[in-house]
Design a protein around this ligand. Structure first.
Ligand code: UDP
Length: 233
């Protein structure tokens, strides 16, 4: 098995970790993701991960609260998810490091680019917590930023839909699925792939985004370069 990429950044949404529960962390799901990460690492892929926080908290939907405070709570939520994923990976003997964009040295390393790259070279999975460390951003933007910094060849965007459509396929039966898109098409048609800040960052730095439905098989297929989901480039 020869993977298509040497270094990838996997972006998991917070909701994905909640599974059917819709809130919090579903251990079965997290364990399954850990197994998938272990498998792609075993075939020689260096893996870094950015996890969302929407299963606990979203800054933009917290009514009445100061936006920046709400966003910081969101960033803390991503750290909880990062630690849960770290635990699941270490349970199956995958070496990991969590690095956070907000310092919390008792539980994780602070984000240091050179150190993160070194961890990847030593076959450790690096999980980036606390998003970008800045309010008004998203974990999608964190994923784009870290992918650029790590010189990852692709962002694997594992979602709860199987691809990008012109409209919500759960609401519209006639929704059209895209196999490939350009960054500009995503921006102009306001397709819900990533937010516009994250998409622009990928466009400016030529980082392809591979969107597919989260499952162990799909993560492996994406790394092998199989045509699943949608590729934005
Ligand atoms: N967040 C932030 N800055 C960042 C990353 C995240 O302020 O760089 C906050 C923001 O409030 C967001 C929340 O953290 O709503 C959770 O992250 P996100 O919504 O991206 O997670 P997902 O929706 O993918 O689960």
């Amino acid at each position: 098995m020869k993977p298509m990429y040497k270094r990838v950044l996997l972006k998991l949404s917070g909701e994905a970790l909640a599974g059917d529960k819709g809130f919090g962390i579903n251990n079965d799901v997290v364990n399954e993701i850990a197994v998938a990460i272990k498998k792609i690492q075993e075939i020689g892929v260096e893996v870094s991960v950015v996890v969302g926080g929407g299963n606990f908290w979203r800054g933009r939907t917290s009514e009445g609260m100061d936006r920046t405070t709400a966003d910081y709570i969101g960033m803390l939520a991503t750290v909880m998810n990062s630690m849960a994923l770290q635990d699941a990976l270490e349970n199956i003997d995958v070496q990991t490091r969590v690095q956070t964009a907000i310092e919390m040295r008792q539980i994780a390393e602070p984000y240091i680019r050179r150190k993160a790259v070194r961890h990847l070279e030593k076959d450790r999975v690096v999980i980036f917590g606390a998003g970008t460390g800045n309010p008004y951003f998203s974990t999608d933007t964190a994923a784009s930023l870290r992918a650029a910094e790590m010189e990852a060849e692709v962002i694997l965007l594992a979602k709860n839909v199987d691809a990008v459509y012109d409209k919500d396929p759960k609401v519209h039966v006639d929704a059209v699925k895209f196999d490939e898109l350009t960054y500009l098409e995503v921006l102009q048609r306001e397709l819900k792939v990533m937010d516009s800040t994250a998409t622009s960052l990928c466009m400016d730095n030529q980082i392809p985004i591979h969107v597919f439905e989260l499952s162990t098989d799909n993560i492996i297929k994406a790394v092998m370069g199989e045509k699943i989901g949608t590729i934005v480039r």
